[in-house]
Design a binder for this molecule. Structure first.
Ligand code: PDD
Length: 287
């Protein structure tokens, strides 16, 4: 079965799904995106993802291309057309097509909208979570507005590639004060030796992950100790547990940072419990 993508009003086979060479996303990275989990053919946390999309667009002064309800219909149609049971849906909005000029186009152009979906292998993801992942630290050399989910991801791309070349799966960005900001495509967490769960506050140094928000709710419901504060790489090395969160992988235990085992070098009970509990706290949409 050929994959189907939504491009500016049309549902097309992947090979015919094209955008204009002068799309500002292509030329300037002038756009934003969202990735949502799909489970049992249903969207997870659609409302929160579309709220964040609205915020990202507003921060960049890109018009909302259609109502959140209409975007939701497109997301569901792409999931259905591709018969995704378990996987992810990707939504991208750029400022649109215009002759190349750094300044915003005048008159304003219509934003471009692309939606794709991809099945993920659930057994493979569960095996990954059961084994835990290795991460490496890299300097955080990104711009000052990483709170906006823009498609300009070059530092994240280079960080992830550096991780793979060093035998790890993800990279953790570390700022000039030696504190961990977040993963290349995830939020970063540790559990201290005292058992407190720590993650960085959602200031402008990280993306406010939807998974992060839901995990914080799960933590509160479970009555676990949590602190939203910056933590250093040294603290992470000495932690009892570490893990990352993202829509594409929910909660993934981290068992090695820069080659050093975390805790006993196996996925810890807190990360494992939060992974198990996650969908009790997330919003599952209609099919
Ligand atoms: N990335 N931080 C960064 C830099 C991210 O790219 C992501 C998600 C997150 C976690 O956000 P959420 O929980 O809302 O997925 C944090 C997506 C999955 C991606 O780029 O594929």
């Amino acid at each position: 079965m050929s994959r189907i993508a939504y491009v500016n009003g049309r549902y097309l086979p992947m090979r015919a799904a094209k955008v204009h060479v002068e799309d500002r996303g292509y030329q300037f990275g002038d756009g934003v995106y969202e990735v949502c989990e799909v489970r049992g053919g249903r969207l997870i946390d659609e409302r929160r993802h579309l709220d964040r999309l609205k915020r990202s667009l507003a921060e960049l002064r890109i018009r909302l291309p259609m109502s959140p309800a209409a975007l939701g219909i497109v997301l569901r149609e792409v999931i259905a057309e591709n018969r995704i049971g378990y996987g992810i849906v990707y939504l991208q909005v750029t400022r649109g097509v215009a002759r190349r000029d750094h300044a915003f186009p005048t008159p304003e152009v219509h934003p471009s909208v692309v939606v794709t979906a991809r099945a993920l292998n659930s057994a493979r993801n569960e095996a990954l979570a059961a084994a835990g992942i290795a991460v490496v630290s890299v300097p955080d050399n990104r711009w000052g507005r990483v709170d906006i989910k823009t498609i300009g991801l070059l530092p994240n791309v280079l960080a992830r590639q550096a991780a793979i070349e060093r035998g790890a799966r993800d990279a953790w960005f570390v700022d000039k004060d030696g504190t961990v900001t977040e993963g290349a495509s995830s939020n970063a967490w540790i559990v201290t030796q005292a058992g407190t769960i720590v993650t960085r506050p959602a200031d402008d140094a990280i993306l406010r992950g939807i998974t992060r928000t839901v995990v914080l709710e799960a933590i509160k419901t479970l009555g676990l100790a949590v602190e939203e504060r910056a933590f250093t790489l040294e603290e992470a090395y000495a932690a009892r547990e570490a893990f990352v969160t993202a829509a594409s992988q929910i909660v993934l235990p981290v068992v090695r940072i820069d080659g050093r085992p975390i805790g006993d070098g196996k996925p810890g009970p807190v990360a494992t419990a939060l992974r198990r509990e996650f969908h009790r706290h997330a919003e599952t949409g209609r099919a």
